[in-house]
Write a protein that binds this ligand. Sequence first.
Ligand code: GRF
Length: 203
Amino acid sequence: MNNRKIGVLASGFGSNLQAIMDAIAQKGLPIEIAVVICDKGDAYALERAKNAGISHVAIVRKECLDKNDFENKIDTVLRAADVELVVLAGFMRILSSGFVSKWKHKNINIHPALLPAFTGLDAQGQALEYGVKVAGCTVHFVDEGMDTGPIILQKAVPVLDDDTHDTLAGRILVQEHLALPEAIELWASDKIEVHGRKVYITK
Ligand code: GRF
């Protein structure tokens, strides 16, 4: 069976990208990271891809004419690589409704909170400040909103009384590194069904 091809978009350190790479290797998943695209030329995620011999490219927003040009360049690279699923793995930009609609139900994101709580930036800090007792992460399909698409899976962690931003973010990140590969494996096995807002995992 041919490997299912994914394209990973990242902006920084790329630990979620690394988790996907590791899961594919360790579990022998029939998945290929066809390309890694970063919006920053110095994103360590590019180094990770290079070290793994994975095709990679920086598409830097400020070097593009406008947002439309930026997203068209990304879309062109994804399609040239025959990508079937776009994975936002620590990708810090909001994609336009035009791009999102082209990849409807073929674009997933990892967010470090139990959505719909704490959308947007520094979700971990928002959770800590709010005083929640349970935090976690969410893998969801990307829709026109910010962190509002149908939820594929979530993983929860306790918030401890002496947690700092870093200790909580670190505990959530461990679960992110499990959740994102798990969701991608479910997708590759055609076990994800979407009905409106609801996602069902079929056996
Ligand atoms: C992660 O918490 C991710 O959820 C958020 O950015 C953090 C770093 O991700 N979007 P990575 O190490 O670049 O994958």
